[in-house]
Design a protein around this ligand. Structure first.
Ligand SMILES: [Zn+2]
Length: 162
């Protein structure tokens, strides 16, 4: 396995909509394994393919932050959301900063696993937040796009100083 370089804002790939995955081949399996290793090395609870320079609809999530409990999500589609709440979030592509981001409390979505098989899953609270954050990455959206203009200016000023 190999560690992958994490792209940081303002890398243009982070602001681009990713392409759906159609081939569940060996190359994809290798990419997924390398993403899992990279996520744990960088202490992340999620990592989306655009963050390592691959513009494809794929992300890893591990709300428990424990190796072996990570889940792989491919071509996800939201079915339903419920409620909302604001909480502090960070991002490996915005090192050193965090923001108060509004997210749905509960989310039901459809996705494919690493073999291409389809599933439906309902998650809530922190898990739902991680999923929404990673889904945003494959839509080319960062947490700074989800906060109000005042907070965005403050966060970006801090980011520039780091
Ligand atoms: Zn992120």
């Amino acid at each position: 396995m190999a560690l992958l370089r994490i792209r940081v804002h303002p890398d243009p790939i982070l602001h681009k909509k990713a392409e759906p995955i159609t081939e569940f081949d060996k190359k994809l399996q290798k990419l997924i394994d390398n993403m899992i290793e990279t996520m744990f090395t960088d202490d992340g609870v999620g990592l989306a393919a655009p963050q390592i320079g691959v513009s494809q609809c794929l992300f890893i999530a591990c709300p428990e932050a424990k190796p072996g409990t990570e889940l792989v999500f491919i071509n996800p589609q939201v079915i339903e959301t419920q409620g909302w709440e604001i909480a502090r979030e960070g991002c490996l592509s915005l090192p050193g900063i965090s923001g108060e981001v509004p997210r749905a409390k509960k989310i039901r979505f459809r996705y494919q696993d690493r073999t291409g098989e389809s599933h439906e899953l309902e998650v809530k609270d922190f898990f739902a937040r991680v999923i929404q954050h990673e889904m945003d990455h494959i839509d080319g959206i960062l947490l700074i796009d989800r906060v109000d203009i005042q907070q965005r200016q403050k966060i970006m000023a801090e980011y520039q100083l780091l």
